[in-house]
Write a protein that binds this ligand. Structure first.
Ligand code: SF4
Length: 228
């Protein structure tokens, strides 16, 4: 039977999109205030955070194209932001061992300090998330992972370094309901509350294998979740 509100309300996906849009407005406003207080634009602060997250021993320095893809901005906008960071002495270019004609981006000493601040999230957002119960936070994290993967599959955002697309991820490998998954990299069990959204050790699975792992993850707990 159709409830009265089924005809009065916008379809649920539209109201969810509207709600997510409200959250993104609050996030952008908070990030703007944080970045401004540090003398950076939000794009410069985000570029700094991406360079920091993707740098490390044994890893090739990220390229400009990677920054643009991760922030879903044009190469020209990324180039402007990085050039400003270079002028401020926070970022430097260095040869890319993968391609002698390309340059990788690295943080200076000062840039490393600035990046620690730039990677912060607005306190009001963290406080609001902390107001949710642990079970709600865990359930929301799982749904966020699902939405990020859905956007990735549709080509709307660059691939994130998610557990659920990682070759080391073994969904529902254990009986323990609080830690049913297994990370073969760390060789340890973990639960939904530990799912990572940007793991430096992530090694992406080829699409053909990623689909099967995703299906196992999405249906493993109850068999009731859609697989996309
Ligand atoms: S290596 Fe990282 S991304 Fe991969 S399963 Fe382990 S924790 Fe998750």
């Amino acid at each position: 039977m159709t409830a009265v509100f089924d005809t009065l309300s916008d379809p649920l996906p539209r109201r969810l999109a509207a709600g997510l849009s409200r959250l993104s407005v609050a996030l952008r406003a908070g990030q703007w205030r944080l970045a401004e207080a540090r003398g950076l634009s939000p794009t410069q602060a985000q570029a700094l955070a991406v360079i920091a997250a993707r740098s490390g021993p044994g890893r090739p320095a990220p390229r400009l194209s990677e920054i643009a893809a991760q922030l879903a901005i044009t190469r020209a906008t990324a180039s402007d932001a990085v050039s400003t960071l270079e002028r401020k002495g926070l970022v430097m270019r260095q040869p890319d061992p993968r391609d002698g004609r390309a340059a990788g981006l690295a943080l200076t000493e000062e840039g490393r300090t600035a990046a620690q601040d730039a990677g912060d999230w607005p306190a009001m957002l963290l406080d609001t998330a902390a107001d949710l119960s642990p079970a709600e936070q865990e359930a929301l994290l799982r749904l966020v992972v699902k939405m990020i993967r859905g956007l990735q599959v549709r080509g709307a955002i660059a691939p994130a370094r998610l557990c659920v697309t990682c070759r080391y991820f073994r969904p529902y490998a254990h009986e323990d309901a609080s830690a049913p998954h297994h990370c073969a990299y760390v060789d340890a069990p973990f639960g939904d509350r530990h799912l990572r959204l940007d793991c430096p050790e992530q090694d992406p699975l080829p699409d053909a294998e990623a689909g099967a792992v995703w299906t196992r993850f999405a249906t493993g707990a109850s068999g009731a979740m859609s697989t996309l």
